[in-house]
Design a protein around this ligand. Structure first.
Ligand code: SF4
Ligand code: SF4
Ligand code: SF4
Length: 326
């Protein structure tokens, strides 16, 4: 079984419990304007990191389409003509060119993942399937998870869950834990901004929780889109009512900006500063019912936590507040 991936990240500590290998699968059905993995969204992408380029010209010699033009002052890539064959990236001696979107056999991937099995066992980690939207390749994900389960490697799936439930269902025999993004609180906004259906995401959340999976809802907090107390409260309420076991708030950052540049794409958030921790704390407090003035006062004084212990405390409070499962 072959799947298409963007990159494999070892020793990841952000994408689930413990030490993990995160596999970013290629392709996404949503179009979130703040996406910080834009290279995973199309079926394939060519990235050019100018700071790594020494101007050797090997890429130009390797390209069958004549896409690379080098002069003393610049290196231009004609992306219209590019067929994403990857020959220039293979010829580059400096890692200045990279293709996102290569094929891999599930068994080869799992062999690579198993190399860090001791770290998973000692830390409570495992494999995270992320993206892009991993569930656009449900059979590949299911086969990878099945092979991992047979080797005792836990698998977590990080998804926007805006896919048919049948895709998620294929994973349920092998995957007990999901991270699901809840990006916006209203259907209309979700449709116009992300180009997907919030109702479908909510339905999938309910069905996943009902099937016994442990679901953590993750909320990217994006200035101008969902960074109001009302939006935060609505998102939290949605997560609770859909049976999520935990809630995690992810503040907006600009770490994806270099990737837009490397893809020759404009970055809509270039002028947007990262979300201040005090603002995030205020929103979290407001969402969990703390009076708005109280939360804002605390935020201004720099109170309200932000450390790991506080996050755990918030998650505990959230779990206590959730309705019992049927
Ligand atoms: S990916 Fe292929 S077609 Fe595109 S620039 Fe590189 S060598 Fe040329
Ligand atoms: S092969 Fe790599 S280092 Fe050489 S010119 Fe092309 S991008 Fe630059
Ligand atoms: S769902 Fe994730 S990968 Fe897809 S566009 Fe949105 S942020 Fe990017």
């Amino acid at each position: 079984m072959t799947g298409r991936f963007s990159r494999i990240q070892r020793f990841s500590t952000e994408d689930g419990p413990g030490i993990r290998t995160t596999v970013f699968l290629q392709g996404c059905n949503l179009r979130c304007p703040w996406c910080h993995n834009p290279e995973t969204v199309p079926p394939a992408a060519l990235l050019y990191y100018a700071q790594n380029c020494i101007g050797c010209g090997r890429c130009a010699a390797a390209c069958p389409q004549g896409c690379h033009r080098l002069t003393a002052r610049e290196h231009r890539i004609d992306r219209e003509k590019c067929r994403l064959c990857g020959q220039c990236a293979a010829a580059c001696p400096c890692g200045a060119l990279e293709i996102s979107g290569r094929d891999i056999e599930a068994s080869v991937l799992v062999d690579a993942v198993q190399a860090d099995a001791d770290y998973y066992a000692n830390s409570g980690g495992g494999l995270t399937l992320s993206g892009g939207e991993p569930l656009l390749q449900p059979d590949f994900c299911a086969e990878t998870a099945r092979l991992c389960a047979a080797r005792g490697i836990p698998v977590l799936v990080d998804t926007a869950a805006c896919v048919p439930f049948s895709s998620l269902e294929k994973l349920l025999p092998f995957v007990k834990e999901f991270y699901v993004d809840l990006k916006l609180p209203e259907e209309e906004a979700y449709r116009s901004v992300c180009h997907g259906s919030l109702e479908l995401v909510k339905s999938n959340l309910r069905r996943l929780s009902g099937a016994g999976a442990r679901v953590t809802v993750r909320v990217p907090v994006i200035p101008g889109y969902n960074d109001t107390p009302r939006a935060a409260a609505e998102i939290r309420e949605t997560a609770l009512s859909c049976g999520a076991a935990a809630l995690s708030w992810l503040p907006f950052h600009r770490l994806g900006a270099p990737k837009y540049e490397a893809m020759g794409l404009p970055y809509a958030f270039a002028g947007t500063p990262p979300l201040p921790p005090s603002r995030l704390r205020m929103l979290m407090d407001a969402a969990s019912g703390k009076r708005e003035g109280e939360a804002a006062d605390a935020a201004e004084k720099g109170e309200g936590g932000g450390g790991e212990e506080e996050d755990k405390g918030r998650e505990r409070r959230f779990r206590q507040a959730q309705p019992p499962r049927p």
